[in-house]
Design a protein around this ligand. Structure first.
Ligand code: ZN
Length: 314
């Protein structure tokens, strides 16, 4: 028998880590093919069937800007809701919030890019203006009884300004916290971070904001999984991941995408953390998604399978 001992955990209780499945939004947004609405709905439902409790399902951005997300309302209307699960919609402004609330999302997520150069190019506003937009969205979401979260984009590095100062990200997090989000996410949007930076920023933002910390990691430079382990060891409660590891990075051409859900679940479960997800179901969903997209995906477990091997295969 394998001893259930992990070098990373010395407490008897397994520490729960929540996984947010982001393939339906972040993952599919950068796909060149437009995935049919029906397949998007199936993707969300397959994720929920593996035990995922939170899904970033859609984004409510202008259809001309992101045509692949133009069917957000139809996706939200088509998904069979499960009790105890939350479907999130990304919003970039109050118009997006109107659509999100009309679609009965359980959660809205707002992105605040922490550098002015990136924020201007991506959202047409400075970081300060994005913070104002967030406070307006937060107030209206609270009135509607909908949870609101904030993702601090480019928190570990910016394609225009380079290395980002940790104290500055902490300051932005404090300002975000004033409007009462349910958590703050730190996004390594371009996949530049290394573990000691993740450790330090998770601790900084957790202590300065007093809020649970979620991380959103990209594997552009193959540091995503090491960063995920560093994040949970530093106290992050929640990790974003995408089935198959889909989701490109426009600022790192050729890079693989988000950390793959099935791969990070394997890493965490074998390191003494508990995700509540079924690895076999995730692998199956990842293989199904590869079929929908018609290509091999970056995730490894769909190829190698889990370990220890099942007795029949050993
Ligand atoms: Zn991503």
């Amino acid at each position: 028998m394998w001893a259930a001992i992990s070098p990373y955990r010395n407490s008897e209780a397994m520490k729960a880590v929540e996984i947010v499945e982001v393939a339906p939004r972040d993952g599919l947004q950068d796909e060149s093919m437009v995935v049919p609405t029906k397949a998007k709905i199936e993707l969300i439902e397959r994720a929920l069937a593996t035990g995922v409790r939170r899904v970033e399902a859609v984004s409510f951005v202008h259809p001309e800007r992101v045509p692949t997300m133009a069917d957000a309302e139809a996706v939200m209307a088509g998904v069979k809701r499960c009790p105890g699960t939350r479907l999130a919609g990304l919003v970039l402004n109050e118009r997006g919030l109107d659509r999100a609330l009309a679609s009965a999302v359980d959660e809205v997520n707002v992105v605040v890019l922490v550098t002015d150069a990136f924020s201007r190019r991506n959202q047409g506003m400075t970081t300060g203006q994005a913070l104002t937009m967030w406070s307006q969205v937060a107030a209206r979401a609270a009135d509607a009884g909908v949870a609101a979260t904030v993702t601090l984009g480019a928190a570990f590095g910016c394609p225009y300004e380079g290395v980002v100062d940790r104290a500055w990200v902490g300051e932005v997090a404090e300002r975000v916290a004033e409007s009462g989000p349910s958590e703050i996410a730190l996004a390594d949007t371009i996949g530049a971070a290394v573990p000691h930076e993740v450790d330090a920023l998770v601790r900084e933002v957790g202590s300065r904001s007093g809020l649970p910390v979620r991380v959103h990691l990209h594997n552009s430079r193959n540091t995503g999984f090491a960063n995920a382990l560093a994040a949970v060891m530093a106290g992050a409660h929640t990790i974003d991941a995408s089935l198959g590891g889909i989701g490109g990075c426009p600022f790192a051409p050729g890079a693989s995408g988000n950390i793959a859900t099935e791969d990070v679940v394997y890493l965490l479960e074998r390191s003494g953390f508990e995700t509540g997800l079924q690895l076999g179901g995730l692998i199956e969903a990842s293989r199904w998604l590869a079929g929908v997209l018609g290509r091999d995906l970056p995730g490894q477990l769909a190829r190698t399978g889990p370990f220890p091997l099942a007795p029949a295969a050993a």
